[in-house]
Design a protein around this ligand. Structure first.
Ligand SMILES: *[C@@H]1O[C@H](CO)[C@@H](O)[C@H](O)[C@H]1NC(C)=O
Length: 369
């Protein structure tokens, strides 16, 4: 078999394993993904399984490295991440973990470049969302089906997750208030929002170095609103100047508040007010491919801002047929990550801190057009 053909075979095997939801690790602890590759393709005497995985990874994600030294280091990190993915698979059997675009990054690099939540708690004086009735909540709910959610965006190598969570929530609130779905500008927040935590000196929204959704709502409220994505496009770098143009404000914040930790309240606020800005611990997201993430143990240390857009009651788990309620989360790492850019995480026990920092925003109901 020609090398390119055998690579293709390996690639298809990987793909099949990814979409079928087969776990990458068998119960005997061996990495079946690697075995599968070795058994499935014609074994090359020159390349071991890890080299073949790495070659595929580089090809699939268009990776190239500046020097041989860098290449060798990235291969080293990649191998460690293969083992991490296998550990995650064991800890999180309802989801599929494996090779992602982040497989050549150390957890630290991943955190610095692709997360960006700056603080772990709300100020004490934050507005509390009123308690809502929860008796008539639908069993399944998804704002995407109602047209309240824009396409998945990509924060790139910039710790600006918080700005995407903020725009997503305001896009939804604006849709609820006006019936119009806009894509709003994260770059405006990255460049212009330097709002600080009144209780924590030096803790301010700082572009690619991190921020907090509630501070960004505060900035947006004070400052007049957010421009459209197209009027203030995303660059993913800390701009030296703020290019905010008040005459081009497209969506305004009326008020925002903190939702209680109760999962029924979170669901009720989601259904009533639109997608919610939430924080999460993203450690399992570095290796996540699909399924409902429900790790046995996950830190509640919040480090990533995302958007809660819906929930479901029965998880898709072809191997373990078991009902598992989950949240549907919009991420900001492009559509090629996770389930077309989305993450599912189980509901019920504040997994990875997903219930700990939830906020809701209301938009002013004047249309921009
Ligand atoms: C927030 O603003 C919306 C829209 O103007 C309004 O309906 C709602 O009552 C406000 N909520 C709070 C808690 O002030």
């Amino acid at each position: 078999m020609a090398p390119s053909v055998s690579l293709l075979v390996i690639f298809s095997l990987l793909f099949v394993s990814a979409i079928s939801g087969e776990p990458l690790t068998s119960s005997d602890g061996e990495d079946t993904l690697i075995r599968q590759v070795v058994d499935g393709g014609e074994e090359s005497p020159l390349l071991d399984a890890e080299h073949q995985h790495f070659a595929l990874f580089k090809r699939k994600f268009g990776k190239s490295y500046a020097s041989q030294k860098e290449h060798d280091y990235r291969f080293h990190v990649f191998k460690r991440n293969l083992r991490r993915a296998a550990r995650h698979q064991k800890m999180d059997p309802m989801a599929t973990h494996g090779v992602t675009q982040f497989s050549d990054l150390t957890p630290r690099e991943f955190k610095r470049q692709f997360l960006g939540l700056r603080r772990l708690r709300f100020p004490k004086d934050a507005n509390q969302a009123p308690i809502l009735p929860t008796n008539d909540l639908p069993e399944d709910f998804d704002w995407r089906e109602k047209g309240a959610v824009s396409a998945v965006k990509n924060q790139g190598s910039c710790g600006s997750c918080w700005s995407f969570s903020t725009t997503g929530a305001l896009e939804g609130a604006h849709f609820l208030a006006t019936g119009e779905l806009l894509s709003l500008s994260e770059q405006q927040l990255v460049d212009c929002d330097h709002e600080c935590d009144p209780e924590e000196a030096g803790s301010c929204d700082s572009g690619c170095n991190g921020g907090l959704m509630n501070s960004a709502f505060e900035y947006t409220l004070k400052n007049g609103g957010l421009m459209r994505e197209e009027d203030y496009p995303y660059t993913g770098i800390n701009g030296k100047t703020c290019k905010f143009d008040k005459t081009k404000v497209a969506a305004r914040v009326a008020n925002f508040s903190v939702v209680s930790l109760d999962e029924d309240q979170i669901a009720a606020n989601l259904v009533k007010n639109g997608p919610l800005a939430v924080a999460i611990n993203a450690v399992y997201m570095q290796t996540y491919i699909g399924g409902v993430s429900c790790p046995y143990i996950c830190s509640k240390r919040l480090d990533h801002g995302v958007l809660l857009v819906g929930y479901g009651s029965a998880a898709y788990a072809p191997i373990r047929l078991k009902d598992k309620p989950y949240w549907i989360i919009k991420n900001s790492w492009g559509e090629s990550w996770g389930e077309s850019g989305y993450y599912k995480i189980c509901r019920g026990r504040n997994i990875c801190g997903v219930d700990s920092m939830v906020s809701t925003v209301a938009a002013v109901s004047t249309s921009s057009t």
